[in-house]
Design a protein around this ligand. Structure first.
Ligand code: PLP
Length: 394
């Protein structure tokens, strides 16, 4: 057998994809599966966005595009950033990539190496830790606690910084918990980070407009003192139901002194994926500049389902669930059911046909929790809750 470098043995997985594969296999055998596992909106990409891609293809946009993205796409992102955050960014600092994940990869490989430490949320999106391990850096989990509404704590985060810390990864609104970190906490963190100028920040804001109950997303971009060491990850996947289009963007530091980071990610793009396909980028512009009614309709549906999920979960034996303030996930505490989380998730899929994800797939502190994505119809959510309830009561 060919021997690859050790780094490849350290790469992890996103178990949501494995659960999806198992759920699909069971469905193919004729089982009635309700999928609350995968983190993608169950809505179609709005029609005017699809049309923009078709038009781009018909107009002959078939070739390579610039490695950093079409200027028009970057200008659209800068315009949207001003609308959502009030912060002016230059299109020169905006990078278009094939999805949200490549920004994660770029930022982590830029700062991770043996001897370095990288802070990441636990429970959190599993790829953070996987990529940190890949680089040989030491993954340092920042605990995300239920009693804190699944927001990160500035104090706890700051206390974990050492002279070896190279990168701090933040995510709000968060996957898998739906937690939204309040502005006051982020202000505290920004203040504390002034004492640690050697730490770069990757802020994953892919769920930025997916908040509820009047909760406002606070972007790290709103702290000018952090701007020179801040990378913001965002993208089209969630907001406009475009997970399969592979369209993401990131915003990189803007001074001459730090524009070398942008140049590095540009070179990485040239080496790895060259560019993002033109029709998707034209679709991306239409998404940003076109009507947002479809996003509003989707968010209203998510909000209704969120209430159905939380109410239903809190009625199940041994289960309690706080109300998530963002994204489209609920992260109920199942520790009083007597089940280990991954075992429960697996038994629920095999025995009741309900697909969801065990909390430990998002980090060791995910034990005692499961993640439900409410990107499914209210009817299916209610059917799933009934099945889970019957299973736990049996
Ligand atoms: N960041 C977070 C927190 C996510 O939950 C996801 C997808 O689930 C991503 C990034 C990746 O997004 P994309 O599918 O655009 O690569």
């Amino acid at each position: 057998m060919l021997q690859t470098i050790a780094a490849f043995d350290r790469i992890g997985e996103e178990n949501a994809f494995a659960v999806l594969a198992r759920a699909t296999a069971l469905a193919a055998q004729g089982k009635d599966i309700i999928n609350l596992g995968i983190g993608q909106p169950d809505f179609r990409t709005p029609e005017h966005i699809v049309e923009a891609a078709i038009k781009a293809l018909r107009d002959g946009h078939h070739g390579y595009t610039p490695a950093t993205g079409l200027l028009a796409t970057r200008v659209a992102v800068a315009r949207r950033t001003l609308t959502t955050t009030g912060v002016e960014v230059s299109p020169e600092n905006v990078m278009i990539l094939p999805g949200g994940k490549p920004t994660m990869y770029a930022a982590i490989v830029m700062f991770g190496e043996p001897g370095a430490e990288i802070l990441y949320p636990d429970p959190g999106f599993p790829i953070y830790r996987s990529m940190i391990e890949f680089t040989g850096a030491k993954p340092v989990p920042v605990p995300i606690r239920e009693e804190n509404g699944f927001a990160f704590s500035a104090e706890e985060t700051l206390a974990l910084i050492t002279p070896k810390t190279r990168l701090l990864i933040l995510n709000s609104p968060a996957n898998p918990t739906g937690g939204v970190t309040p502005r006051a906490e982020i202000e505290k963190l920004a203040k504390g980070l002034e004492k640690h100028p050697h730490v770069a920040i990757l802020s994953d804001e892919i769920y930025d407009v997916m908040t509820y109950d009047g909760e406002q997303h606070c972007s790290l971009l709103q702290f000018p003192e952090l701007r020179e060491r801040l990378i913001v990850l965002n993208g089209w996947s969630k907001t406009w139901a475009m997970t399969g289009w592979r369209m993401g963007w990131s915003i990189w530091p803007n001074s001459d002194a730090s524009s070398h980071l942008y140049d590095k990610v540009r070179k990485l793009a040239v080496n790895c994926w060259s560019c993002v396909n033109a029709p998707s980028q034209h679709a991306g512009i239409a998404a940003i500049d076109g009507p947002q009614d479809a996003v509003d309709v989707m968010m209203k549906a998510f909000d209704r389902r969120r209430k159905v999920v939380v109410d239903g979960l809190n009625k199940l034996p041994g289960v309690s669930c706080i109300t998530p303030k963002g994204a489209f996930y609920a992260f109920p505490n199942i520790s009083k059911t007597g089940w280990k989380a991954k075992k429960l998730a697996s038994a629920l899929l095999e025995e009741t046909g309900v697909a969801l994800i065990g909390g430990p797939d998002f980090g060791v502190l995910g034990e005692g929790y499961i993640r439900l994505s409410y990107a499914n119809s209210e009817e299916n959510i209610l059917r799933a809750l009934e099945r889970v309830g019957n299973f736990l009561a049996a």
